[in-house]
Design a protein around this ligand. Structure first.
Ligand code: HEM
Length: 407
């Protein structure tokens, strides 16, 4: 098979169900030039489509299974930005994102080959409070689109402040993430300027056990109790899905909260397994509640041990994070980070905690308040930054992202 033929197959996504499957397919095709045996077999069908749809009423990257690599990029509009600046920015990005997600190079791409490997790339665009200021839309700003109140556990160091715009870039390949990030940031200048980047990772979908999508760097199964993503819990996530009017221009969007939370692996190393499991209320191995056997078992909050103490500690993370009312539920898609330690640090690790919810004030805030008041996990974790963004609705064919907001 010629190089061109191989590239075409990859580009159309026929072979590449992800970086791993794609690589396997290529090596089999290379063998095919000499030996017709196994290479003639159909490659296994990809577990996930190799590209994600961009056009539609909702953006990708919210209720989809999180890809293993992510970059969250905070950008600010320039001083003096106006509604026209916002409109031009969203026009440039809409075209670039449309192409990148389809595994096609943006018009100005100097490394088009990097864009042409389908890697289940999703790029999700969200705006912060400053975007509303620049666009002259302050009266339309939802009440939740503002910094969260400060909590006693917060120790922000100023490195990842709230920005006017957020790009969430996720893919099966770190190359696809890095390339998309660079193209979008360079393509946006001078309409927006990058302030920070937070990179994260999680296990590839193919390597995680079914029902155990993510283990954080404490080794905990993280992401067990979640709203359903098959449509049944849409009202918890998507604006306007509950039938009530959505904030101006945001029907089909959602609210995104991003908090960088340092996890002290050195002091965690000193905690024994009992203390570790007690801190969350779940077993490290199976992710099951301490009163159950399976990850999916319902926790029994009334169960007591032989001394009469509750088996699930009332200040365990799970107990404190549980909804006190049915609407207090959020969709979490955290990523681990593990950066080069600085100074005397041995590790610089934690969670880029990301959640989506229709109303942060009703859904997220009560949970975060409880966790700040009391949560055994706080012994080892420290929030070091926080941001709140409105994920824009999707772009229909011929439309730019944010069209309804800026109309
Ligand atoms: C480094 C910080 C954090 C770590 C390591 C962590 C870890 C975990 C783990 C292991 C679980 C149990 C399994 C599961 O259901 O996913 C859990 C549950 C949960 N966490 Fe966290 N978490 C962190 C921060 C947060 C924050 C900031 C929030 C929201 C304010 C949050 C909200 C929740 C919720 C809602 C649940 C499900 C509770 C339930 O209904 O059972 N977590 N977390």
């Amino acid at each position: 098979m010629t190089g061109v033929g191989r590239r075409t197959l990859l580009r159309t996504g026929l072979l590449a169900g992800g970086a791993g499957v794609g690589a396997l397919a290529v090596s089999r095709l290379s063998d095919a030039t000499s030996a017709p045996s196994r290479a003639d077999e159909e490659p296994p069908p990809p577990a996930h489509p190799a590209t994600m749809p961009f056009r539609g009423p909702r953006q990708a990257g919210v209720t989809d299974d999180p890809q293993p690599f992510a970059a969250f990029v905070g950008l600010d509009l320039p001083a003096g930005a106006t509604k026209d600046t916002c409109r031009r920015l969203l026009r440039v990005w809409t075209d670039d994102i449309d192409r990148l997600m389809a595994a096609k190079a943006p018009l100005t791409d100097l490394e088009p080959e990097l864009a042409e490997v389908p890697s289940r790339l999703s790029i999700t665009l969200a705006v912060g409070p400053g975007f509303y200021d620049a666009a002259g839309l302050v009266p339309h700003r939802p009440s939740w689109l503002a910094p969260l109140p400060s909590f006693t556990i917060d120790r922000f160091d100023g490195h990842w402040p709230q920005t006017d715009v957020l790009l969430q870039i996720r893919a099966d390949s770190p190359v696809a993430v890095a390339h998309a990030q660079r193209r979008l940031v360079v393509g946006a200048e001078p309409l927006a300027v990058q302030r920070w980047v937070q990179r994260g990772f999680r296990e590839p979908l193919t390597s995680s056990r079914p029902g155990m999508p993510f283990r954080n760097l404490f080794g905990q199964v993280d992401g067990t109790v979640q709203p359903r993503t098959d449509g049944a819990d849409d009202a918890l996530v998507w604006l306007g899905a509950d039938g009530a009017p959505a904030p101006h221009g945001l029907a089909g969007g959602t609210a995104l909260i991003i908090r960088r939370i340092a996890m002290n692996l050195d002091t965690w190393d000193r905690a024994d397994r009992v203390a570790r499991e007690n801190a969350v209320g779940r077993r490290l191995g199976s992710g099951a509640p301490l009163t159950g056997r399976l990850e999916t078992d319902q926790p029994d909050l009334r169960a007591e041990d032989e001394l009469g103490f509750p088996v699930i500690d009332p200040v365990s993370h799970m107990r404190r994070a549980m909804p006190a009312a049915p609407h207090e539920r959020i969709l979490r898609a955290p990523y681990s980070y593990d950066e080069a330690p600085t100074g005397r640090q041995r590790s610089n690790s934690g969670l880029v905690f990301v959640s989506y919810q229709a109303d942060p004030l009703r859904q997220f805030l009560p949970i975060q308040r409880r966790l700040a008041e009391a949560d055994l996990l706080n012994v080892w974790t420290t929030p070091i930054s926080s941001g709140v963004y409105a994920v824009l609705p999707g772009a229909l064919p011929g439309e730019d992202l944010g069209a309804a907001l800026l109309a």
